[in-house]
Design a binder for this molecule. Structure first.
Ligand code: F6R
Length: 259
């Protein structure tokens, strides 16, 4: 099962995960990062600013999880824009090495296959950051997504559109379709790090970590992964049945193991 780390707050989570990413880059300067968007990974990106300052990150590569279909890449809430603003520019990464699925309608029929080929050509993702939706999605793999799925177009649930309306002027502006790495794509990354904060994520976290394996609970796919780490605050951990055991395990973990 996934290792669950219950931290004080999102800042502590950001520092913990950023330290792991720095160690990865130190050992492999052209590491391939799997980048999530949304609010959840922001503390990681923030912590990376100071931790990576002055280091050579020119070889670091990255693949975003998903993109809206039909949204102008120049729109401030396209995931291309978000990744540029929150990750590429502040961390000083080479934009040519950072990939986002292509949501352009004209090429959407082969955009999924193209993205899979690009990930394969990079040798796969070393560390994949993940958030989780209140409906349990990871990437934009909404309930019902196959565990074997690869990058493709999905229809966003009304709940996801409502959740993401905060980034747009109105819910009507939230696109209905997205292109997302599949659950099967995500499971091929070498290390999964799923973060979640706040009570609104508690049920989705409990389902992902302790729920039955089910396409109805896309986050539960992480249970199939040999190296998955779930970093949550107490509120997001509040529905975990084994929370005390996870706290005890982490408190007694040998330091050399990392996360
Ligand atoms: C983002 C993504 C989504 C989000 C999820 C949670 O690239 O793939 O799975 O991680 O919707 O969003 P936030 O973090 O905004 O609560």
């Amino acid at each position: 099962m996934a290792e669950v780390v219950i931290v004080e707050n999102s800042e502590a989570a950001g520092e913990l995960v950023a330290a792991e990413i720095v160690e990865l880059i130190e050992g492999r300067p052209d590491a391939v990062l799997g980048l999530a968007t949304g609010s959840t990974p922001l503390p990681v990106y923030l912590a990376l600013r100071s931790r990576l300052a002055g280091r050579d990150v020119s070889q670091v590569r990255g693949f975003a999880l998903d993109e809206y279909v039909g949204l102008d890449p120049a729109h401030p809430e396209s995931y291309r824009s978000v990744i540029t603003r929150e990750v590429v520019e502040p961390l000083g990464l080479d934009p040519r090495r950072i990939h986002v699925p292509n949501g352009a309608e004209a090429t959407i029929q082969h955009a999924g296959g193209d993205y899979e080929a690009a990930i394969d050509a990079a040798g796969g993702v070393d560390l994949q950051l993940l958030g989780i939706g209140t409906d349990g999605h990871i990437g934009f793999n909404e309930p019902g997504s196959s565990f074997a799925s690869r990058t493709r177009v999905k229809t966003l649930t009304e709940q996801t559109r409502a959740d993401n309306a905060r980034f747009f002027d109105s819910v009507d502006d939230v696109p209905r379709h997205c292109i997302t790495q599949g659950l099967g794509t995500i499971l091929r990354a070498r290390h999964l790090v799923l973060l979640a904060f706040g009570e609104g994520k508690a049920q989705a976290v409990a389902d992902a970590v302790e729920g039955p394996l089910s396409a109805f609970l896309p986050g539960s796919a992480i249970q199939l992964h040999p190296h998955a780490t779930v970093v949550v605050d107490a509120a997001a951990a509040s529905k975990l049945r084994l929370a005390d055991y996870y706290r005890y395990t982490f408190a007694n973990k040998p330091e050399w193991q990392g996360i």
